[in-house]
Design a protein around this ligand. Structure first.
Ligand SMILES: [Zn+2]
Length: 356
């Protein structure tokens, strides 16, 4: 039986890539925040790995200028962590939400290679907000070791492997200030699925893993703090250019995460309380967003099923590995500071998001 549930206080996706400036043919602040709103989020944090990366005060100011007046939900910015940018942490700390450090190669050019560089960045970070880290394989352990050494709050992005979640469990048991996130595609897809997906749709960082890895995420949900979409849009043409492993990494996720996870609740894979904790209570707590009593998202779940159709997405990249998936949950209404901005799935207000 269909049930309407209000998620109070504001929802947050702390990990999205809106591609502006520099790659607005993939996404921009208008289309990205419209996708966020349709997906049920009232706040999102944009990552720094643009063609001109967000590693200087002027690059940050330019993003704020471009976003101002054009965003449908609240938008925060994560700053890129490099040895060079660490000299400017003090200048930008009041205008950013978190630091993002890349310890493995991915889209952009922000790779931090050595532990010495990493320690410089961790030591200079002013501690107000967490350090988000993209770490896979060997680098995962190095990130945890640096949190131990410096006492900094470490947030591990998009976990995908069994040994990663075991390391996070150990780190938490040890009392380290460590939190972590998981994305719906790693909870619901495996490397076997990648073969049957349309060209390029199974290609993301970290890559889809084994079914044993996927199962370990579900078995250790108590260790996982938040859900993040890692919304990383690319055009159809770019994703189809998959010959010889040349296609870009990343899939969209803002509009599919909640319907898929509400369906998982319906299927008994997790509780509604845990889902609400992972998209609302916990991310706000980790990243220091206050609960707003006039902000909420209303979802419907347990209704008759419908099919995700990439053609209907708001994102400029109208594609998803979940195209054609049957789901039983949807986002109905969103109010932001007392104003209805999404009504029965339709955007009904002009952009009134704030830069946070
Ligand atoms: Zn990402």
């Amino acid at each position: 039986m269909a049930e309407r549930i209000v998620i109070p206080g504001g929802t947050l996706d702390a990990h999205v890539h809106f591609r502006q400036p520099g790659a607005t043919h993939k996404e921009d602040f208008v289309t990205g925040t419209r996708a966020a709103l349709k997906g049920g989020y009232t706040a999102v944090f944009d990552m720094p790995n643009n063609p001109i990366p967000t590693v200087t005060p002027s690059a940050l100011d330019e993003k704020r200028r471009l976003a101002n007046g054009n965003i449908y939900v609240d938008l925060g910015f994560n700053y890129g962590g490099t040895v060079e940018s660490s000299k400017t942490f003090g200048l930008v700390q009041d205008r950013i939400r978190a630091l993002k450090v890349y310890m493995n190669p991915t889209t952009g050019n922000l790779l931090v290679k050595t532990d010495q560089e990493l320690e410089t960045i961790f030591t200079r970070w002013p501690r107000k907000y967490p350090i988000m880290v993209h770490a896979e394989g060997q680098t995962f352990e190095r990130a945890i070791n640096m949190a131990r050494k410096t006492g900094q709050r470490l947030h591990l992005c998009h976990m995908s492997l069994k040994r990663e979640i075991e390391m996070v469990r150990d780190a938490k048991n040890e009392g380290l200030p460590v939190t972590c996130e998981v994305s719906a595609h790693h909870l619901l897809l495996t490397e076997e699925d990648a073969d049957s997906l349309p060209t390029g749709q199974g290609r993301m960082k970290p890559p889809l893993a084994t079914s044993e890895d996927r199962d370990s995420l579900w078995e250790n949900l108590d260790v996982i703090d938040i859900l993040a979409s890692d919304h990383a849009p690319h055009t159809r043409e770019e994703k189809d250019n998959f010959e010889e492993e040349k296609g870009p990494y990343g899939v969209t996720g803002l509009e599919t995460t909640l319907p898929l996870m509400l369906t998982a609740v319906d299927d008994g894979l997790l509780t509604l309380e845990k889902l609400i904790d992972m998209i609302s209570t916990k991310p706000r707590k980790i990243f220091g967003l206050r609960e707003d009593p006039r902000t909420f998202t209303e979802v419907i779940f347990g209704e008759s099923s419908y099919v995700i159709d990439s053609k209907n997405l708001e994102t400029r990249a109208k594609q998803t590995p979940f195209d054609g998936y049957r789901v039983t949950g949807r986002v109905a209404n969103v109010e932001l500071r007392g104003v209805r901005i999404l009504n029965e799935g339709e955007i009904v207000a002009l952009p009134q998001g704030r830069i946070i």
